[in-house]
Design a protein around this ligand. Structure first.
Ligand code: FES
Length: 102
């Protein structure tokens, strides 16, 4: 079980809980504005782009190589960027804060 807090581009803060699957799937299930998951989670659309709160980067680690290739195409990407479809829900992510990319 992990509790995940999303901050949308409208500055809405939404906290949801999940036990399995990816953070993208959890966000889509809960209708988190700005996370679309267009490619279904195969790391080829970047519509699940989030910025991890700086103090929580240790919970996720940095983006993997395939993610970095996708994020390079996004002007809003920074060193805290991750693709939510590449984050699997587990205890390590509990209480993480993710800002949805614009
Ligand atoms: S859902 Fe497409 S890259 Fe994450």
């Amino acid at each position: 079980m992990a509790k995940i807090t999303f901050i949308t581009s409208d500055n809405e803060t939404i906290t949801v809980e999940g036990t399995s699957g990816s953070v993208m799937e959890l966000a889509v299930q809960h209708g988190i504005h700005g996370i679309d998951g267009d490619c279904g989670g195969v790391c080829s659309c970047a519509t699940c782009h989030v910025h991890v709160a700086q103090e929580h980067m240790h919970k996720t680690g940095a983006a993997n190589e395939i993610e970095r290739d996708m994020l390079e195409l996004d002007d809003d990407a920074d060193e805290y960027s991750r693709l939510a479809c590449q984050l699997q829900l587990d205890e390590a992510l509990d209480n993480i804060v993710l800002r949805v990319a614009k």
